[in-house]
Design a protein. Sequence first.
Length: 365
Amino acid sequence: MNDKERFALRKKLKELSKYRARHTELVSVYIPEGYDIQKVINQLLSELSLARNIKSASTRKNVSNALDKMLRGLRDYSKTPKNGLAAFAGNISGKEGVSDVQFWGIEPPEKMSIRKYRCDQTFLLEPLNEMLEVYDAYGIIILDRREAQVAILKGKTISVIYSETSAVPGKYKAGGQSAARFARVREGLARAFYRKVADVVNQEFDSNIIKLKGIIIGGPGPSKEEFHNENFLNQDIKKNVIAVVDVGYSGEQGIAEVLEKSKDILAEESMLREKKATDRFFNILGKTPDLATYGNDNVKKAAELGAIELMLISDSKDDDEIEKFADLIETQRGDWIIISSISREGKTLDGIGGVGAILRYKVNW
C-alpha cells in the first residue's frame, strides 16, 4: 500500500467512524478475495426477510432500508474485486424520523481474507484499520547448504512462501582422489541448490509482483555470502539486498533470529530514505535555490506548473492537506514522500512550513 492509498483509506474510515445509529441498524459486509459475491447477496436476502420480524417499527424500517441499499450496491459488482470488498450501508441522518440511507463500497488496496456480516450501532471498521497498520514489506531468505526458506515480512506478519531441503551430502572425511571428487560433486549440488532457491526468489520477489522495501539474507556459515556474492539473483533483486546477516540456525529458527538481529536495520532503512530525500532537498536549496522551493503557496504553484520532481511533506500536516498535495503532484507525474515530524530533518521541514519540493526546472515566480 503506497502513501496515496493509505491516506485515501484513512480518510474514508475517518468519515465512516463518525456515524452512530440509535439502534443496531448499520450494516457492514466484508467479502474476501475470490469469494462469490452472489452467495453474499443470497445471504443478505435472507437477512432482509428476517428483518421483517423486528418489533420496533423504526428499527425494522432502518434495517430493511440498509439491507436493501446494500443489495443494490453489491449488484453493481459483476464479481468480487481482486482484493475483496468492504461494504457499508445505513441511515446516517442521526435524526429521529429522518432517512438518509447511504452505501459505501471500499476495494481494499491489499488482499482481504475476512468474510463477515454485522448489523450494529456503528460500522465494523477494525479489519480495514488493521490494514492501515501494516507497513513496508521485506523479503527474507534463510539458507545454508542443507535447507532454505523464503519469507515475506509485512508489519508483524511473516509468511513463508517457499521451503526446500537440498541433496547436498555431509562432508567426506577420507582423503585422496575420492575426497577431491566428492568435494566437486558436493560443490556442484550446492550450486544447483542455490540456483533452485534463486529461481524462486527471482520470481516471487519480482517488482511487478510485490513491492519490497528491501531483502535480508541470513544463515549459518558461508552459504549466505556464496549465494549473495555470485550471480544467482537477478541484478534488480540483488540491488535490493539491504543486509546479509549471520545467524546460528537455518529454517524457521533462522527467520526469527535474523529478524531479531535486523530490527535496527529495518528501522534505519525507513529513516534513511527520508534522510536522503531531505538532505538532497536542503542541499539543492542551499546551492541552487532556483531548483527548490517550500511553503504551501509556492509548492502548490510549482505543482500546478508540473515543475515538481519530488515533494517532501511532513506527517504533521492534516490528512486532507496531504491528500490534496499528493493528488496535485501525481496528476503532473511527480513523486512525493512523507517525512516523519519527530526526526531532526522533519523538524527542520516543519520550520519552513512542513512542505518543500525539488524542481525539474526553474520557475518564474
